[in-house]
Design a protein around this ligand. Structure first.
Ligand SMILES: NC(=O)c1ccc[n+]([C@@H]2O[C@H](COP(=O)([O-])OP(=O)(O)OC[C@H]3O[C@@H](n4cnc5c(N)ncnc54)[C@H](O)[C@@H]3O)[C@@H](O)[C@H]2O)c1
Ligand SMILES: [Zn+2]
Length: 348
């Protein structure tokens, strides 16, 4: 088992290791007094892993109950949040009880936001079962639901009390969902971890304990310096300006991971064109991305991408912050006038 400790507004451990799902109760009992435990999960994950978590919690003295939402982004809604809050209240959960989010980023984001507002905050444990949630969404305390006007528009910063990641659970992921997580793993390599990138090139599985721990450490290092996303944390958005535009243009038909892979390739191509980044690093990125089953060509024009990116509801002012790769393992934030974005991508 590997442990990564995150010191943010709440200090907590991320435990990563094969077989840990069955030890979740024991690990939770080290940080929480035995209490009632609502297991929030989705209808794909429940039949696979809810029993194991429930048993582990029971054995450790918790009183578990399973609450299942439909799988998919639709569950990050006001409606799903309302139903979950009403359930907690009807069942008389208290602030000293805990919500366990068992699943991918959808139940993690919904569960975290719910835990942050129910009675102004109840205990919260993340048990990620997708590669994306293991390396990204379960750590760092961002929680949110979607509004009709856009994704993640209502949320809170709310750090969990514990994260337990059992890489064995990733074995049941559909290939496309696994590939989505790989896009975020590659992202950490490009941002500031050339040796992680090289080990992936050498064939190390992106879903193994060591790689997950390395990604979590990378995210931890950034989150500890900018928990509330006012500066440095934006580095984690590498490839995401384009990715969000691609997701929107495709009406969310193109998955987040595929969009991030396209976006990372596109920004690095632009960096090469502007002579900021060596061409050999771009070639390395394209070949690793393709090897991990992800696309590197974007189906939209630069004009379409720029227009969609600039209409982003969360964008502020007349400039746009880009994460620019100067090479594998070296990225910097760069402010660009919004009206220069299209030309920036078109330069050759
Ligand atoms: N909070 C953050 O910092 C943060 C960061 C990145 C992404 N996100 C959010 O995360 C969400 C995406 O997360 P995701 O990619 O994990 O998607 P997801 O939660 O929708 O899971 C993807 C699919 O895999 C299924 N699944 C999950 N675990 C499984 C398993 N072990 N075996 C078989 N099937 C399994 C799910 O039921 C679902 O159908 C988005 O809503 C995004 O906004 C949040
Ligand atoms: Zn992402």
């Amino acid at each position: 088992m590997m442990t990564v400790t995150v010191q943010a507004s709440n200090t907590y451990d991320v435990r990563i290791g094969s077989g840990l799902l069955a030890k979740s109760g024991e690990l939770a009992a080290k940080v929480l007094s035995p209490c009632r435990a609502l297991i929030l999960t989705d209808d794909h994950v429940a039949p696979l892993y809810a029993d194991a978590l429930e048993k582990s919690l029971l054995d450790a003295g918790f009183v578990p109950q399973v609450y299942v939402v439909p799988h998919g982004e639709g569950s990050k809604s006001l409606c799903a949040l309302g139903a979950l809050l009403e359930h907690l209240a009807e069942q008389h959960y208290t602030r000293t009880d805990a919500l366990f989010a068992l699943g991918g980023g959808v139940v993690g984001d919904l569960g975290g936001f719910c835990a942050s507002v129910y009675l102004r905050g109840m205990h919260f444990v993340q048990i990620p079962t997708t590669l994306l949630s293991a390396v990204d969404s379960s750590v760092g305390g961002k929680t949110a639901i979607n509004l009709d006007a856009g994704k993640n528009l209502a949320g809170a910063f709310y750090q969990p009390d514990l994260v337990v990641c059992d890489p064995d659970t990733l074995s049941t992921l559909p290939a496309s969902v696994l590939a989505d997580g790989c896009a975020e793993v590659i992202k950490y390599g490009v941002i500031n971890d050339a040796s992680l990138f090289r080990s992936l090139q050498g064939g190390t599985s992106p879903a193994c304990e060591q790689v997950i721990a390395r990604c979590v450490q990378n995210k931890r290092d950034i989150v500890e310096r900018d928990e509330f996303d006012t500066g440095l944390r934006r580095l984690l958005n590498l490839g995401h300006t384009v990715a969000h535009a691609v997701e929107k243009l495709s009406d969310f038909e193109i998955s987040h991971g595929s969009a991030v892979a396209m976006g990372t390739a596109m920004i690095m191509r632009a960096a090469v064109a502007h002579r900021l980044c060596p061409k050999s690093d771009l070639d390395a990125l394209l070949s690793l991305t393709q090897k991990l089953g992800l696309p590197t060509e974007c189906p939209y024009s630069t004009a379409e991408i720029a227009a969609a990116a600039l209409s982003d509801k969360k964008r502020s002012g007349d400039t746009i912050t880009l994460v620019l790769p100067y090479g594998i393992g070296t990225c910097q934030l760069c402010e660009l006038p919004a009206n220069k974005l299209q030309a920036f991508f078109e330069s050759r």
